[in-house]
Design a protein around this ligand. Structure first.
Ligand code: CMX
Length: 441
């Protein structure tokens, strides 16, 4: 077995035993209560999942195995000459629970390079779609075409024992993460660059090579990809892409099927697609106001108009966060370092000043602050990646790191089929009249 696989097995055996013990001794303890409003309103605040890789705090934002984004930017291994973290290191941290050394991160880079070959039929399957297909549709089709390679599916069909599920999921995880940048870059070059594809560079790290295959050779774009792939990778377990991957995986659907489900969720405008919506909304604002750099007052007027039309202000608000997203702040920091005078980036910062007071004045909006998607597009446009329909694919490549590391843990801990109870409105009404019991078995 490889180094990271051995290490994961060792950690998983230890935690598996602990979880069994916790359940034996404390399984009957009650950890909360569920209000009727919660089951009607997207299950907000119901603790109903265990996710190992990261934890979200409404005030402090995301922590990966206890480390905040600023801490990770400082502590994780970097590429030669770079100052942003290597996503390989964060994957190691999420999977194994320990900060990686330079050698650990290099090991992951090497494993992913070795496993990165994408079979020809995947490209042919994508090519069968019209060029007009949304990049996320092409991405999911590419992932599904790659499912022919699943170790888990083959070994399950051959009668694999439950105790070996984790290893097959681990192998699929490493293959899938290794291959996603190639598939994503293929889609980008197919749709926007006349099909002039760029071969991988086996000397580069995972995100650096992704930047290269997309066609961006600027060193600071590589740095942006390293940061981008790091900050978008995980947001604990309840968000749509993570939860969908976990849910579908609980049926023992293999990692390709599970991750494709997660990506279909990421493609929704209230989740990952918000990154394209943000830049589209800013471009439309610039066009309507006939300026590249609208004033805060003009932005305020445009926001009020957006709200009056019954639309959301993309990139603002969050189901859990109640402060500015640290992922937004990390990108702002990158912008200040690499492109402080870019008018689009400055517009994002002006929006950050103009929007929160307006959203704060609307009582029903719980979080007036920007999320990760409010900033990312402007940084990409700066380097010439203006094709905003592609942005959610970048988010998806990054999200594979967290949700697939979690899927390894799901199988290593033997989590069962997920199957919460639902109720009908009729049962709710009978229960309120004291005529029925709402709890099922
Ligand atoms: N603009 C306008 N209205 C907003 C809003 C925004 N940015 N954020 C929330 N609201 C509205 C909601 O639509 C909801 O209205 P209704 O009751 O009329 O349906 C009300 O305020 C209450 O919503 P909430 O409890 O504050 O937020 P939710 O947990 O329901 O939703 C989210 C969270 C992210 C879907 C929402 O804030 C939103 O739609 N934001 C814009 C889209 C976006 O940026 N999504 C990306 C999130 C990050 C990611 O997953 O990538």
């Amino acid at each position: 077995m490889g180094v990271i696989k051995d290490k994961f097995k060792e950690k998983a055996d230890g935690l598996s035993a602990e979880v069994k013990d916790i359940l034996k001794q404390h399984g009957e303890k009650v950890i909360g209560e569920v209000k009727l409003s919660q089951i009607y309103q997207g299950m907000r605040g119901i603790t109903g999942l265990v996710t190992e890789t990261s934890l979200l705090d409404s005030q402090d934002g995301i922590r990966f195995r206890g480390y905040s984004i600023p801490e990770l930017r400082e502590k994780l291994p970097k590429a030669d000459g770079g100052s942003e973290p290597l996503p390989e290191g964060l994957f190691y941290l999420m999977l194994v629970g320990e900060l990686p050394t330079e050698e650990d991160a290099q090991h992951v880079t090497n494993v992913w390079q070795r496993r990165s070959h994408v079979p020809g039929h995947v490209f042919h399957t994508i090519d069968a779609l019209p060029l007009s297909s949304h990049p996320m549709t092409q991405f999911v089709v590419g992932i599904m075409a790659l499912q022919t390679e699943s170790h888990f599916a083959k070994q399950y069909a051959a009668g694999m024992s439950k105790k070996d599920y984790w290893a097959a999921v681990f192998d699929d995880t490493m293959d899938l993460i290794a291959r996603l940048p190639r598939i994503a870059a293929y889609i980008y070059r197919r749709k926007y660059k006349l099909g002039n594809h760029i071969q991988p560079n086996g000397l580069l790290d995972w995100a650096g090579n992704f930047a290269h295959m997309l066609g961006f050779e600027d060193q600071s774009f590589r740095e942006l990809m390293r940061l981008y792939m790091t900050i978008h990778c995980d947001h604990e377990g309840g968000n749509v892409s993570a939860h969908a991957t976990h849910l579908v995986g609980s049926a023992l659907s293999d990692p390709y099927l599970s991750f494709a489900a997660g990506m279909n969720g990421l493609a929704g405008p209230l989740h990952g697609l918000a990154n394209q919506e943000v830049i589209k909304w800013i471009f439309e604002m610039q066009e309507e106001l006939e300026t590249d750099l609208p004033t805060k007052e003009q932005i305020g007027e445009y926001v009020r108009k957006t709200l009056a039309e019954g639309k959301v202000v993309p990139g603002y608000g969050h189901a859990v966060l109640r402060k500015t997203d640290p992922r937004f702040e990390a990108q702002m920091d990158f912008g200040k370092k690499h492109m402080p005078d870019d008018p689009l980036v400055q517009t994002v910062w002006n929006i950050y000043e103009a929007v929160p007071p307006i959203l704060q004045s609307i009582a029903k909006i719980k979080n007036p602050w920007p999320n990760v998607d409010a900033h990312s597009g402007a940084l990409l446009v700066h380097y010439g990646m203006v094709e905003y329909e592609f942005y959610t694919v970048l988010f998806g490549v990054s999200r594979s790191l967290g949700v697939l590391a979690s899927l390894c843990w799901d199988r290593a801990l033997g989590f069962p089929l997920e199957r919460p109870k639902s109720v009908s409105n009729r049962l709710v009404k009978l229960w309120l009249e004291g005529k029925g019991e709402i709890w099922g078995d």
